[in-house]
Write a protein that binds this ligand. Structure first.
Ligand code: B12
Ligand code: SF4
Length: 228
């Protein structure tokens, strides 16, 4: 299968405003790099690509041109709540060009609001709840075979106009089992931390744990309460 993973055009000025945007960090989309690595490890015949529309500063026209160049079977998008508008814009562009491609959306926003995200966006086929490495592999397997999506843990989808939410996906207990993010699919020269955070480039983000036991009220706690 040809799988495209997109990080929407949600740039530093969208996050920090015009003045601070110039010094805002630009970091690799770790979520997508983890997913790509899992797909490559478990589904050796797939062709997986990451499009970081944010780091590449893609306008809607650039995205259209990119999507017109080849046909994809599945497009996965990562979505934080503040990038809701940019994600919907991305989905609309995809659908304008390809009515058939399966669209999956994962990340904090669909993890917190899986049914609502589907309900308000008819073009999304699946929302992914929680960690995606195993879920995306199982979903690709099922899209290619029986299409019995109800058995896949950690997703929501539409069936006969009804919204179905499957059993929760347990967190990966031993995160050493998660493959190293596929940074080779990204142009790492595009990324840099905030100015006072580095001495030399290139730089990359390394995640050494998942989960947190604390209870800060503003935190989405999407990686669970257990420190792994
Ligand atoms: C490290 C981190 C950062 C780093 C690096 C982020 C990066 N490059 O990936 C920095 C400091 C740059 C950062 C910036 C921001 N962050 Co931040 N960040 C985190 C943190 C601590 C870990 C994220 C992470 O890398 N996790 C590891 C990866 C593997 O997990 P993941 O991203 O969740 O992806 C997994 C699943 O969600 C799922 N998934 C994700 N996308 C997709 C897509 C598909 C198709 C599928 C199938 C699955 C899937 O599968 C992935 C693999 O398991 C989280 C808190 C947390 N504990 O999760 C906050 C968090 C994600 N950040 C948050 C926010 C708000 C931001 C900013 C918007 C802040 C700002 N105002 O600028 C920016 C946005 C930057 C951007 N464009 O992504 C919020 C999001 C809240 C929300 N409701 O959306 C979080 C949840 C913290 C919080 N407040 O609760 N962040
Ligand atoms: S903000 Fe979230 S991840 Fe950070 S210490 Fe608080 S509860 Fe833990």
């Amino acid at each position: 299968m040809k799988v495209l993973l997109i990080s929407p055009h949600f740039v530093a000025t969208d996050r920090y405003g015009k003045k601070l945007g110039r010094v805002g960090t630009s970091s690799e989309p770790l979520s997508l790099a983890y997913l790509a690595a899992a797909i490559r490890e478990k589904r050796k015949n797939d062709d997986v690509t990451i499009l970081d529309a944010c780091a590449l500063n893609y306008t809607p026209e650039d995205l259209k041109d990119y999507l017109k160049k080849q046909k994809w079977d599945v497009i996965g998008i990562t979505m934080l709540t503040p990038m809701y508008g940019k994600t919907v814009e991305t989905i609309d562009i995809i659908r304008e060009i390809d009515k058939e491609v399966k669209i999956l959306v994962g990340g904090p926003q669909p993890t917190i609001f899986p049914e609502e995200t589907l309900k308000h966006n008819q073009e999304i086929d699946f929302t992914i709840i929680g960690e995606g490495e195993t879920t995306i592999v199982e979903l690709l397997n099922e899209l290619e075979s029986d299409k019995n999506f109800s058995k896949i843990k950690g997703i929501a989808f539409r069936k006969d106009n009804e919204l179905i939410r499957t059993e929760p996906r347990p967190f990966t207990e031993n995160i050493d089992e998660v493959p190293i993010p596929a940074r080779d699919l990204l142009d790492m020269s595009l990324y840099r931390p905030a100015p006072t955070y580095y001495q030399k480039l290139p730089s990359f983000i390394m995640l050494t744990s998942r989960g947190c036991p604390y209870r800060c009220v503003y935190c989405s706690k999407i990686a669970g309460r257990i420190y792994r």
